[in-house]
Ligand binder design. Structure first.
Ligand SMILES: [Zn+2]
Length: 222
């Protein structure tokens, strides 16, 4: 049998993965927050197990006489949003309105609309009386300031500039009606908890029935 000196791609990939882990672990030593460091270490242990499992699976296939080929699997995926969320997204897209449900039992506002109140375990949203409209203004309850550019989880591409995000409690709801969304790019010193914001909607022809139909929230003076 011909002796192979060059490592196959899968072996190189695993090796590169393990080397990457070593580098990350070195970085992880610098984390001062112990809980977070433990969390990171556990992740690396799991990744190492995953690579070991892969290695074993490949070797088993090779020992059985199979040839391993590299391939790319593309898995586009779509799912139905269901009746309640469909109504919610339709209202975003068609009318720039934010809908929510109120549980008739406990009075909590369910946002985004879901078919069951998680507290009372009853079906909601079948009666039009359960529906209400939130306003597109709100109060920022906390702020996230990213230091890295964002990666699109669907494609792995880096998108945009680091953009501040806010937890925004929308008017017309209750303490549960919190939305996480982009805040306007502004002087960071202007950002503070408790500030008032208002949605900036994309023009109708650009709206797709997604949360990103709201482009971002602008800071407004009350
Ligand atoms: Zn309820």
């Amino acid at each position: 049998m011909e002796k192979r000196t060059e490592k196959p791609d899968w072996a190189k990939n695993i090796e590169a993965g393990l080397n990457g882990l070593k580098e990350n672990e070195k970085e992880c030593e610098k984390i001062t927050e112990l809980d977070y460091r433990d969390y990171a270490k556990t992740s690396y242990d799991l990744a190492r197990k995953k690579y070991a499992g892969e290695m074993k699976a490949y070797q088993k296939a090779l020992d059985a006489g199979y040839v391993i080929v590299d391939t790319i699997v593309n898995l586009p995926f779509k799912e139905s949003a269901g009746l309640r969320l469909s109504k919610f997204f339709e209202a975003l897209r068609g009318e720039a309105r934010i809908l929510a449900l109120r549980c008739p039992e406990c009075g909590r506002v369910i946002f985004p609309p879901r078919p069951v109140c998680g507290f009372c375990r009853i079906t909601i949203g079948e009666s039009s009386k359960d529906w209400l409209e939130l306003r597109d203004t709100g109060t920022v309850t906390s702020i996230v300031l990213p230091t890295e550019r964002e990666v699109d989880r669907a494609t792995g591409r880096i998108v945009g500039e680091p953009n501040p995000c806010g937890f925004i409690r929308l008017d017309g709801g209750d303490e549960w009606t919190v939305l996480v969304h982009y805040l306007e790019m502004t002087n960071l010193e202007k950002l503070h908890r408790g500030m008032r914001v208002k949605a900036v909607w994309k023009p109708k022809e650009e709206r797709r029935g997604r949360m990103t139909d709201i482009a971002f929230f602008r800071i407004v003076e009350d």
